[in-house]
Design a protein. Structure first.
Length: 240
């Protein structure tokens, strides 16, 4: 009788151990899922020409895009200048959206548009020079929109592009807004040494109505990859 009781106790003990092990496994799985970083675009950077006036198509495109995104809760980020940057702020502010500007106040860069006082954002981040400003804009954003522009926009395109290549798979993507970008990118692809990965980090959209669906597709694509380790490295500012 005593042996039977002992066997019953041993069986109950093993059963409890199995249940405990199962709980631990489930707990670890949940912990892993919790730690897995999900890409969720929240802050959108606007790049484009500083000289365009409110009646220019690029200004209008930036204004209406910022208005639409801000209404959905996205934070609009720009360089604090006139033109496309001003359009982005005004579009977001028209629906009481959140805005951030990254600025610098040059003493000797006479060709730079400088801080545009009418571009009044909710938050201003001051930097020391053009390069620092550009990198800070990209650090503060999750995805970049590039409208029509000049050499400044080209520099921003090149920087976004090389960073996306460096961190491919964990990169911050960019969207080129306007069909005019197709021959521009086509010429770069056909005449320079551009590989397939470099062509995969961005999308070209013909109109502003395509921007949000494209952002969602880019999010979905990036969420197929585990980005949890990206939170703990020194370059995380430029990674998804």
């Amino acid at each position: 009788m005593g042996e039977l009781i002992q066997r019953h106790i041993s069986w109950r003990l093993r059963l409890e151990q199995m249940k405990l092990a199962q709980i631990v496994v489930i707990g670890e799985e949940n912990l892993i899922m919790d730690k897995k970083k999900q890409v969720n675009f929240k802050k959108v950077a606007f790049f484009g020409d500083a000289a365009v006036l409110p009646d220019h198509p690029a200004y209008q495109a930036a204004f209406h895009t910022a208005k639409k995104l801000a209404k959905l809760g996205y934070v609009v980020v720009n360089g604090g200048g006139p033109g496309v940057m001003d359009a982005a702020t005004r579009g977001a502010e028209s629906v009481n959206g959140q805005t951030v500007s990254v600025t610098f106040y040059p003493e000797n860069a006479t060709g730079f548009e400088g801080r545009y006082l009418a571009n009044n954002t909710d938050k201003e981040i001051k930097t020391n020079n053009y390069i620092e400003r550009m990198f800070k804009l990209m650090e503060e954003s999750d995805v970049f929109l590039l409208f029509n522009g000049g050499t400044g926009t080209i520099s921003e395109l090149g920087t976004a592009w090389v960073l996306a290549k460096l961190y491919y798979g964990h990169h911050k993507p960019f969207i080129l807004v306007g069909s005019f970008w197709r021959p521009v990118i086509g010429a770069i692809h056909d005449n320079l040494l551009i590989d397939a990965k470099e062509m995969d980090v961005f999308r070209i959209v013909d109109g502003i109505d395509d921007i949000l669906p494209t952002m969602k597709k880019l999010e979905d694509s990036l969420n197929k990859v585990d980005h949890s380790h990206c939170q703990h490295c020194d370059e995380s500012a430029f990674m998804s």
